[in-house]
Design a protein around this ligand. Sequence first.
Ligand code: ATP
Ligand code: MG
Length: 348
Amino acid sequence: MKKEIILTGERPTGSLHIGHYAGALARRVEMQNSGNYETFVIIADAQGLTDNADNPEKVHDNVLQVACDNLAVGIDPAKSTMFIQSQIPELTELTFYYSNLVTVARLSRNPTVKSEIADKKEKFGASVPVGFFMYPVSQAADITAFDATVVPVGEDQMPVIEQTQEIVHKFNSVYGETLVMPKGIVNENENARRLPGTDGNSKMGKSLGNVINLGDSADDIAAKIKTMFTDPLHLRVEDPGHTANNPVFAYLSVFAQPEHFAAFLPEYKNYAELSAHYERGGLGDVKVKKFLNDVLQETLRPIRERREQLARDPGAVMEILRVGTIRARERAAATTDRVKKAMRLIYF
Ligand code: ATP
Ligand code: MG
């Protein structure tokens, strides 16, 4: 059977957080280990620059951080190809060709582009960089360059995958069957598809400053949970509480396993029992937050330890990226040849 191909990744605009873990990384590792997929992990530094043009150091330095995060959660360079976007010029080349197949009007209507521009209002003002505006086109290049069939993403990115599908459809109908049609997949758990921020914002995001990072120290995790947003209407323990739009419960629904209940909160068997009690009233936030702290400490400890070990030898991590980038470039170059032939851009 022909293997499915996965293209997935992050922008090196900060260390990765539990939203990435919930929305994409955990699944990515599972798929890698299943043996049914060929996995490409992109560190999208060129895309990171689209809203950080004035901060190249940040993007540069976070390439190593994002690589460590991926390796720490279980991405295995023997099974997956992890690479740096900017070192594959074919990706930039494809972006330029695809940009002819997308209209300004269509990009302006893209829900992800719209909401991210709104989030960055302070940063951009009325002057949105063209590169940021058209990042979905560059994402289409990243996905199609590897003939990816499957793109695991958080829910916020789904409209960008739809944009890729439109570009593929348009390309193939204008120039003949050339590009592979990908599909986006999101986590089954609704909270994991878009993990909220510690401040109650509907999305945890590196650029939003509301994250628990995979590499956070035990003390940082505890401090962030203590000051975390919860149900503002739940003033006294006996009041009925709301679990919707309550990040404490969103995190528990994603991360709390039956063994966590058995070890730390045996009065409840599972999330359903705990959340029902909170909704009924009589369960205090301090107790729930203490449990969340136990759960996240257990979940993140092994990741942090692996991460610390990797960070001690940055040269070895960069070598993994260098080898991955060479391998990835060969694939992207083959696709670009195909694209140029289809577009009649071969002369000599
Ligand atoms: P930035 O704020 O710089 O955009 P980010 O936190 O959104 O950073 P990205 O690198 O843009 O991270 O996203 C990488 C992947 O992680 C995407 O597939 C995205 O959908 C997913 N992701 C990001 N944040 C979350 C979240 N809070 N919940 C679930 N998935 C997420
Ligand atoms: Mg993002």
